[in-house]
Unconditional design. Structure first.
Length: 391
């Protein structure tokens, strides 16, 4: 199969008459709480910039970083806080303070920028996953109810004519069923994997489980630690390394102490790219107990290193993990614990899943992601061109 190239994006853009794209997002990649969504945007936008597009990304302020800057050929504007970024971004786009644009992309992370109400240009929206019960996990009850109402009831009717891009078939199903958006408008474009993720070196001498993500309630790292307590009844020398930072770190530190797990659980915090790659390569498996994911980027990155995954059976994980080939999916936490123990305790199963992980990972490339993500935007531009009355 031929992987779409950067030249293909340039050709699509020329045909659609798009040269300047504004991208609206909640957070930037350098934000202390950045995760898979921000990494996905950085890869896609750098490819668009390489294809010759003039890309401006507008996000909230990132601690310790300048208000404006650039990355890999595209412009960054980081202003205002977590809540004010929405109205101020819309206002700046309406008055044109970020310069002219031919198209608008918004990354709908729970709260959208409501582009159908004010953006008359070609547009698309990226929805990595719906939030559902995540609202109650991260906000106080009143704000959680408001967020859930906004996402589920208020916003969707406005987006019935907007092209939607999501990362997985399971997330597409949730967008159609929960948000009620037309199936014909929702396109699946899986994320890619950076070529630097590859097998090398030796596995850890002791059974090592690695988990990666922001330290926040929806990731359920506390539940993963509890699952590992059960795992250690069968695999006494198993260890867990959790990579990532977030506001839940103090609670997790207390939980580790409560479980008397300081000797075998390590909160690694933020690590360098090289350290993360080394952990993927040394791990016997990667694990996730998350309740909501648009994909499972850390799981496919590890797969490219030949490391299988054991994860909860949720939207996103169902596509980033090929069950029985690249890893195992668990319907509940008890099964998650037993599945982790099975993989750690069975060399043949571990070897088979490791080989399958490499096969599964080989199907993902960022150039294909960047091209596929641009297709709906270009199609919307051409649709609008056909509707214009002839002079």
């Amino acid at each position: 199969m031929t992987v779409p190239s950067i030249d293909g994006i340039a050709e699509l853009a020329a045909e659609a008459g798009i040269s300047r794209v504004h991208v609206l997002a909640w957070r930037d990649l350098v934000d202390i709480e950045a995760g898979g969504s921000e990494l996905h945007a950085a890869h896609v936008l750098s490819a668009w910039a390489e294809a010759g597009l003039d890309v401006t990304m507008r996000t909230s302020y990132a601690q310790g970083h300048p208000y404006t800057g650039s990355r890999d050929g595209y412009r960054l504007v980081r202003k205002h806080g977590r809540f004010m970024v929405f109205p101020t971004t819309v206002l700046s786009e309406i008055i044109g303070s970020q310069g002219p644009r031919d198209a608008v992309v918004e990354i709908w992370n729970g709260v959208p920028f409501l582009t159908p109400l004010w953006a008359g240009h070609p547009r698309s929206a990226w929805i990595h996953h719906v939030h559902r019960d995540m609202w109650e996990m991260v906000l106080e009850p009143g704000l959680a109810r408001a967020g859930k109402f906004f996402e589920h009831r208020l916003a969707p009717p406005l987006y019935r004519r907007t092209p939607i891009v999501t990362l997985s078939e399971s997330s597409r199903h949730e967008i159609i069923e929960y948000l009620g958006l037309p199936a014909a408008n929702v396109r699946v474009v899986p994320p890619g994997i950076d070529p630097r993720f590859s097998p090398a070196g030796e596995r850890s001498l002791e059974p090592l489980v690695v988990a990666v993500g922001r330290l926040m309630p929806s990731k359920r790292f506390g539940d993963l630690i509890d699952a590992m307590v059960e795992v250690r009844r069968r695999v006494p020398d198993a260890r867990l390394v959790i990579v990532g930072e977030g506001y839940e770190r103090p609670e997790l530190e207390q939980h580790i102490a409560h479980q008397d797990a300081r000797s075998w659980v390590r909160l690694a915090g933020r690590v360098s790219d090289e350290e993360l790659l080394d952990l993927y390569r040394r791990a016997w498996l990667v694990a996730s107990a998350s309740v909501a994911e648009g994909w499972g980027m850390t799981l496919t990155e590890a797969a490219a290193c030949g490391t299988p995954a054991v994860a909860t059976d949720i939207a996103g994980h169902r596509d980033s993990v090929a069950p029985g080939l690249s890893g195992l999916l668990a319907p509940d936490l008890r099964t998650l614990a037993s599945s982790i123990a099975d993989v750690l305790d069975d060399p043949d199963l571990r070897h088979r899943l490791s080989e399958g992980a490499l096969v599964h990972a080989a199907t993902f490339a960022w150039s294909a992601t960047a091209h596929g993500t641009f297709v709906p935007l270009a199609a919307d531009a051409r649709r609008r061109q056909r509707r214009r009355p002839r002079a």
